[in-house]
Design a protein around this ligand. Structure first.
Ligand code: PLP
Ligand code: COI
Length: 340
């Protein structure tokens, strides 16, 4: 497969239009057979449900070129399953999980020239999404929907690659108890725009959101879950009903236990405990594992012993093992790698 002539090692996290995308429409209670198209534009009625009441959900995963030169996708079945949960919560029709995986595979295959070569540090980010298309003016779910998948080659999510991040404890809340924080809906990200612009203006890379009910426990950031490492080498990661169940985090919990023999605690993490941890990182499809060097809470700085220049040693081991599995250098658990 001849690859596109892109500067793979220097691309950022942005949109690059690729050749083909997948589209399927839902009408009269059923999905059509769907297929690939060249048309990157979506034309909608002015009153489409998604435009008025933000009825949209999405997913994110990546395709990689392995050391062996194969194109693979990391755990797309889990994205398919999570999109079902997201759609149900917003009263949208479910896109069947097997069709979701097939649509993702078709999209990657049709854009294989954009899957970055092995060793460049870049990957193909895959974005499935679904939205209400017919006119809706009273507050109610749409009757018609479109499901699409496109891919875009991406580099590191945070500028500076793997340099430790500085995080602000946000004054805003991301998600309410019993709200929509646990699903991947555009509305959660719309909610976070003011908070992230504010954080960036103040010189921070990201926000740490506390639980909205008590503002005492660590939830997540706008686009990734938290990982902490204790001074005695345990992995601790927040458990909450209002954070997104990160597939990267679930994978890392397994990797920590089964590959690295670590003890893992998935539990409520009081913010007051954060100053005791040795290392901190963010994990997600886009973030992979991004180290955190400092968390600032209204002027009070928590500086992790791992410092501001390098990833902490345990974070690094987790990073190397996960990316090794994704890029075919380390044997993957059964079912984790979908070969295109
Ligand atoms: N939390 C939020 C709010 C996210 O947007 C993401 C990104 O998908 C994650 C966590 C990480 O989830 P995953 O590892 O499934 O990509
Ligand atoms: C992802 O990691 O897939 C996300 O959706 C996060 C987003 C901030 C790009």
């Amino acid at each position: 497969m001849e690859k596109k002539n892109l500067d793979w090692s220097n691309i950022g996290f942005g949109y690059v239009q690729t050749d083909k995308r997948y589209v399927s429409n839902f009408k009269d209670g059923a999905w059509d057979e769907g297929g690939l198209t060249d048309d990157a534009n979506v034309v909608l009625n002015e009153c489409a449900g998604v435009l008025q009441y933000a009825q949209t959900v999405f997913e994110g995963m990546k395709a990689y070129t392995t050391e062996q030169g194969k194109t693979v996708i990391f755990r797309p079945d889990l994205n398919a399953e999570r999109m079902v949960q997201s759609a149900k919560r917003l009263e949208m029709p479910v896109f069947p999980e097997d069709r979701f995986v097939d649509a993702v595979v078709q999209t990657v295959k049709a854009n294989e020239a954009y899957v970055p070569p092995y060793g460049t540090g870049a990957t193909l980010y895959i974005r499935p999404y679904m939205f209400g298309t017919n006119p809706v003016i009273g507050v109610k779910p749409a009757d018609e929907y479109q499901f699409r998948v496109f891919g875009t080659p991406v580099g590191p999510y945070f500028k500076g690659g793997v340099k430790p991040l500085t995080i602000k404890v946000s004054d805003f809340d991301r998600a309410a108890p019993h709200g929509s924080g646990h699903i991947k809906a555009g509305l959660n990200y719309a909610m976070s725009m003011h908070a992230i612009v504010t954080a960036h203006q103040e010189g921070f890379d990201e926000n740490l959101y506390l639980d909205a009910a008590t503002r005492t426990n660590v939830e997540e950031t706008g686009g990734a879950n938290f990982l902490f490492v204790t001074k005695d080498g345990k992995l601790v990661t927040p458990k909450s009903n209002s954070i997104l169940p990160s597939i990267t985090r679930r994978s890392l919990v397994y990797v920590a236990k089964e590959y690295l023999g670590m003890e893992v605690e998935e539990r409520t993490v009081p913010f007051a405990e954060v100053k005791e941890f040795a290392e901190c990182g963010l994990c997600g499809t886009a973030a992979v594992i991004s180290p955190v060097g400092k968390i600032v809470d209204h002027g009070n700085e928590i500086c992790f012993p791992s410092g501001m220049t390098d990833m902490g040693p345990v974070t690094k081991k987790l990073y190397d093992t996960l990316t090794g599995i994704q890029m075919g250098r380390i044997e993957a658990p059964k079912g984790w790698i979908k070969v295109v």
